[in-house]
Design a protein around this ligand. Structure first.
Ligand code: ASP
Length: 354
């Protein structure tokens, strides 16, 4: 992989970052008496990360009323994050969102659609060990995320102009990430798209890969999401009763069908009949692979072609996290099924390679 060393970083002493603290392990310290993990007030973060005082730019913070474990993250919380960013957009050079790791890839994906045409960095980060633990990975993740949030070229333009996750030295496009490890400090990966920067002794950006906003257009902040979508993961032995009751859920508009390999599914008649009935009833069924990397190709095998023939559309190399949030976003905007299908076949925020 080829990285360019960023020699032209401008340190803007007037730069300002807003840290939005939603919760998660990074916001936890150990109670000295009981050893239990508890959330702290983000205003006191410099007590736990004294290194922040040495950063030569301003850091403000915004804390959710009740910091949450990211297992409790949901579309309402995403709207709140977007609202905080919109409300403060002109005041800050960049935004760092502290978030639990468990659903961070979903949030990063959702935000990549909700924050259109941004010309500033929005970096999600977190940690596997609480910030108050001596071996925490949180300090390094936070400090480098903050540095990336203010990194600019000599003309004052931000290097990063999209929603990203920074974790364990890697800056990744948010809607390409997946949590891959529950324990390891290298918790995230971007398996179908190269990383956007790597932090070593320098932060080396791959500028050519970073999404560029359209010039002379303000960012657009979106708040409409429709949660009437489902993820159905196939497994050998899935029963007709379970599958048919899932697809018959009232109000269901879109299904992310996690298939095998290059987009393959059982060729049995009962299975294809259930999926075809769903498609004919107006549900958008998107074929994504259960594999950690690679792309769906529905014409490679007969078992994939059968899905194609009944109207299932290809998700190509999109992650499940990006697929489900993209469906929420498109249906949220009241798009007709035909339009949703059209947008699922193109890249809206760099989430898929067609
Ligand atoms: N359960 C935590 C969360 O996602 C884990 C973490 O932060 O790493 O909020």
């Amino acid at each position: 992989m080829q990285f360019k060393v960023n020699f032209v970083t401008m340190l803007d002493l007037n730069a300002s970052v807003l840290v939005i603290y939603t919760g998660g392990t990074i916001g936890m310290i150990e109670d000295a008496d009981t050893g239990a993990l508890k959330a702290y007030d983000i205003k006191h973060i410099k007590e736990y990360v004294p290194e922040l005082q040495r950063l030569k730019f301003n850091i403000d913070s915004y804390q959710f009323d009740l910091p949450i474990d990211s297992s409790n993250m949901n579309p309402e919380q995403w709207k709140k994050i977007v609202w905080v960013i919109e409300d403060n957009y002109d005041k800050y050079d960049g935004f760092v969102i502290l978030h639990g790791t468990d659903t961070m890839a979903y949030s990063a994906s959702a935000l990549s659609f909700m924050l259109e045409n941004i010309d500033k960095p929005v970096i999600l980060t977190g940690s596997q060990l609480p910030i108050g633990k001596i071996r925490t990975d949180g300090k390094e993740n936070l400090i480098t995320a903050l540095e990336i949030a203010v990194d600019k070229d000599p003309y004052g333009k931000a290097f990063v102009t999209e929603v990203c996750i920074f974790f364990q030295n890697l800056l990744m496009r948010g809607n390409r990430t997946t949590k891959v490890n529950a324990n390891n400090f290298k918790a995230f990966n971007s398996l179908n798209f190269p990383v956007l920067a790597e932090a070593g002794t320098n932060i080396c950006y791959r500028h050519e890969l970073i999404h560029k906003p359209l010039p002379n257009r303000r960012p657009k902040f979106h708040y409409l999401l429709d949660p009437n979508v489902a993820i159905i993961k196939l497994f050998p032995g899935i029963s007709p009763q379970i599958l048919s009751s899932m697809v018959a859920t009232p109000g269901l508009k879109g299904i992310v069908l996690e298939t095998y390999g290059a987009g393959n599914a059982p060729g049995e008649k009962w299975f294809l009949d259930i999926i075809e009935t769903a498609v004919n009833s107006g549900i958008v069924v998107l074929n994504v692979t259960q594999c950690a990397s690679g792309s769906v190709n529905m014409t490679r095998y007969e078992t994939g072609r059968s899905l194609y023939n009944i109207g299932v559309i290809s998700g190509y190399d999109i992650t499940t996290e990006a697929a489900v949030t993209k469906l929420m976003f498109l249906f949220g905007h009241g798009l007709e099924r035909k339009e949703v299908k059209r947008f699922m076949k193109v890249s809206v925020a760099g989430e898929t390679t067609i």
